[in-house]
Design a protein around this ligand. Structure first.
Ligand code: XMP
Length: 535
């Protein structure tokens, strides 16, 4: 996460998108606000999320949205000092869509009533649709009985003038309300989550039918504009990009190369903690396929040496982070001769997190390793061409740039690499054992056609030896744990439910083919309470 950069809401608004219809999402702190943005973008409309308390009317006017969505949030509008939408938005003549807390503050601010302490409704509920309107076009007809996802304790008890009830659920008589004249719509449920099966269609009706957005947000358009913007920012100066082999930094580099050609210099710091064949693939792809100047700095001995005897996970992470910055800086200064700009693959979720109402986590669970801290140290400006995009959009952009779909769909791989998949001390031998097991596991996942259904899968080598029997003799070797999770953003995750035959096949192959492992276990922990990586 790029937490060393602090943004204001206005920083989030770039001229990149001024040619596109756009929606503003005011965030009241819901866990699922990002999903609203993803649904809106998926339907071809650009949108941004601004924290409710960092969005004044002047900034909103200059952003010039075609409509505003008010998100859900954890507060109660009946509490003193609870969040409110900036007053002026209701007089801008713009369509507004309130969701959950957004509905309640809208009702309260426009003269209706909200009460706390009614029956709480969490999870699946059903709405009876009473009337048709443009929000429901082609989705729900009057008389329909439709599944939605509710999560509320308070509820609306009196409507503001001009509003009428469009749908009701058992616990929420005002589950859907509308003032068609002013184009104000509000729902008690969450249309952005998958458990509201037609929710995405409702959001699309809001952006397309009600707000009149034309659906022009495509990756082809983004690519052309991003290239113009990079050229304008960088001029004829040099840019350095740290490649990790991951999707974000790779797409950043390919986009930059298209924009500024040989002004781009890439550095790949090889920590020696990569998976089998990975370094060779990265170097080959960039040097030979894309013709992008790339320095391959093999620092594996340095990393292994400094990690010798280190077994505490935080110390491992910090050591790797520090060495990475030292090697990168040295390389940038001495092999490239420095540069004015540093390119980073910062994504929109990182940007939102840095300004969000609820703020980032107050406790450090894991100190993530990236090139943070370098820009100040080296006095470089940042180029962050992906800062408007979600991960799935980055993948789309990669394909748009001609990158192979298999490459852009690769599972995330953490900066500290295999070091955090080797609890305990790291040695060259253990790294080699882990690489072999990991390769077999991923090969079997690919063969079974499961790779794309899984967010991330990897092997972990435990610092535990157990007794086994191989042939006629006793073995005393390491335990290998397998992990595979499904997730949409890495923030929460569930373990992947493999069938037992698959697990048996992988286990047999690893034990037969990898000397040093005689037992395989499968991790069935979700996140939370577990994390995805083991360290
Ligand atoms: P955890 O283990 O925190 O992981 O549940 C969530 C996601 O983040 C990745 N991860 C990292 N990525 N540097 C990174 O670039 C790191 O230090 C790091 N630690 C975890 C992890 O692989 C998963 O996708």
């Amino acid at each position: 996460m790029n937490s060393n950069v602090t943004n204001t809401a206005e920083d989030l608004h770039t001229d990149l998108i001024e040619h596109h219809d756009r929606i503003l999402i005011l965030d009241f702190g819901s866990q699922v606000t990002q999903l609203i943005a993803r649904r809106v973008r998926e339907s071809g409309t650009y949108c941004e999320i601004w924290p409710f308390n960092n969005a004044d009317i002047t900034a909103i006017k200059s952003y010039a949205p075609k409509g505003i969505i008010l998100s859900g949030g954890p507060c109660s509008v009946t509490d003193e000092g609870s969040p409110r939408a900036p007053e002026g938005i209701f007089d801008m003549g713009l369509p507004i869509f309130g969701i959950c807390y957004g509905q309640q503050t809208m009702v309260e601010q426009l003269g209706g009533k909200v009460e706390a302490g009614h029956d709480r409704e969490f999870g699946r509920a059903y709405v009876d649709v009473k009337e048709h309107n443009s929000l429901l076009d082609g989705v729900w007809d009057a008389g329909a009985h439709e599944q939605v996802w509710m999560s509320h304790g308070d509820r609306v008890t009196a409507l503001p003038e001009g509003f009428k009830v469009v749908g009701a659920s058992e616990g929420a008589p005002y589950a859907m309300i509308a003032d068609d004249d002013r184009k104000f719509y509000a729902v008690q449920f969450h249309p952005e989550v998958v458990h509201t099966p037609h929710g995405a269609a409702l959001l699309k009706n809001f952006t397309h039918n009600v707000c009149g957005c034309n659906g022009d947000w495509t990756m082809a358009a983004f690519r052309a504009e991003a290239i113009e913007k990079i050229r304008a920012q960088v001029g004829n100066k040099k840019v350095i990009c740290g490649l990790s082999g991951g999707v974000d930094s790779s797409v950043t580099a390919v986009l930059l190369h298209e924009a500024i050609g040989d002004q781009l210099h890439c550095i790949y710091v090889d920590t020696g903690m990569m998976r089998a064949g990975e370094s060779e693939q990265v170097v080959d792809l960039f040097r030979n396929h894309y013709n992008i100047p790339l320095i391959h700095e093999d620092a594996s001995e340095l990393f292994l040496g400094q990690l010798d005897g280190v077994s505490d996970p935080e110390e491992k992470r910090k050591t790797i982070g520090r060495l990475f910055i030292e090697v990168f800086e040295d390389c940038a200064n001495n092999k490239i001769g420095g540069a004015d700009f540093l390119a980073q693959g910062t994504l929109y979720p990182d940007v939102i997190e840095s300004v969000s109402f609820t703020g980032g986590p107050s406790v450090t669970i894991k100190s993530h390793h990236n090139v943070g801290g370098l820009p100040e140290r080296m006095n470089m400006q940042l180029v962050e061409p992906l800062r408007e995009l979600f991960k799935d959009e980055v993948r789309e952009l990669g394909v748009e740039l001609g990158m192979h779909p298999d490459f852009v769909k690769r599972h995330p791989f953490p900066g500290p690499g295999l070091a955090i998949r080797l609890p305990g001390e790291i040695t060259a031998d253990k790294l080699e054992i882990l690489r072999k097991a990991d390769t077999i596991y991923l090969e079997e996942i690919r063969n079974a056609g499961l790779y794309d259904a899984i967010w991330q899968a990897f092997a972990v080598l435990l610092p535990v030896k157990t007794v086994g029997v191989m042939g006629d003799s006793r073995s005393y070797d390491y335990v290998c744990a397998l992990r595979a999770v499904t997730s949409t953003d890495g923030m929460t995750a569930d373990y992947y439910h493999f069938d037992h035959e698959f697990l048996s096949r992988v286990s047999t192959r690893i034990i037969n083919e990898v000397r040093g492992i005689n037992r395989v276990v499968y991790d069935i922990t979700s996140k939370p309470p577990g994390t995805i990586e083991w360290e």
